[in-house]
Design a protein around this ligand. Sequence first.
Ligand code: KIV
Ligand code: ZN
Length: 389
Amino acid sequence: MSSQSNRVVIFDTTLRDGEQSPGASMNLEEKCRIAALLEEMGVDVIEAGFPIASNGDFEAVNAVAKQSREAIVAGLARATKADIDRAAEALAPAARKRIHTFISTSPLHMKYKLQMEPEAVLQAVKDSVAYARSKVDDVEWSAEDGSRTEHDFLCRCVEAAIAAGATTINIPDTVGYAVPDEYAALIAMLIERVPNADKAIFSVHCHNDLGLAVANSLAAVNAGARQVECTINGLGERAGNAAMEEIVMALRTRPDRMPYETGIDTTYITRASKLVSTVTGFVVQPNKAIVGKNAFAHESGIHQDGMLKNAQTYEIMTPESVGLNKSTLVLGKHSGRHAFRDKVKALGYDLGDNRLNDAFKRFKDLADVKKEVFDEDIVALIDDQLIRA
Ligand code: KIV
Ligand code: ZN
């Protein structure tokens, strides 16, 4: 698939980078449940773990490899034979498998973390990719800290990885340092300059340290990247990875600016978000885009009035499109008479104008002192009024 195609591959790394979120570890059964749902919703590649990291990770990658049919299952490996052997062993039963091997390429990482000279890193790229290709046909190579790598050196590494047989080239923004125009220009530069760039799919993997992971990923897609690495709910190291639900819904909602398709059935999004949140114990913040409790909730009277007339006034996508039943009109101190009347009716009361006005005043007084007014509060308020009448 070239940078000319309009299909964007969704590579989910909830089970690998997502699990690197401190406190988000998942057991084997939980990983298999999540992987099954990811496959059902149409994820193209499931990164199931880092097989050499622990026996638990090996077992999880192996179990996901056994159960998956359509999705490609990926296992992570550093640029060593031992890592690649372990990944190949874990992935052996998979119908479709990928070894994802990586090494750092930035001056900072090469000097302090790897303590290797650039030429030795370049040699490791060639050797590791060629070795992984001797085990499987589908090899992804990642330049860790790619966004802070010197351009000429990055071009040489990418060229070497493609020549050694990598079919996907991933350029991570490992520390979430890039900004959208800079990151897009980096991807465009690589596609333009590297010989045989059309032999591989360019991929992006953005961390969210500056809250730019989704914006950076989308900018890179516009520049020619055709794989996005992401996680459900944006789970991941430190501030997390690009959130899959945001990437997919942005592409779906704005085809005028981003005319690309994914294979994701978006109606699974809410279910996947809830499953990952339950399994990890990571609560989704209420105002989180797409999957937060308030993402389709409206409180202000002006907004509620608009919503009751035409939902498009305040909603750019339907709740049904992400697998939610319906939007909610939350009653609070900003709510108006119109929404209150609808709620009273839905609760089974027929009050008439005078009683309704009286109930509305009492509701406003209550809303001034209570953050959210629940159905039970309104029932109590009306029943009390009816008893006194
Ligand atoms: O953030 C990163 O650079 C990674 C790589 C291992 C792909 O997670
Ligand atoms: Zn990462």
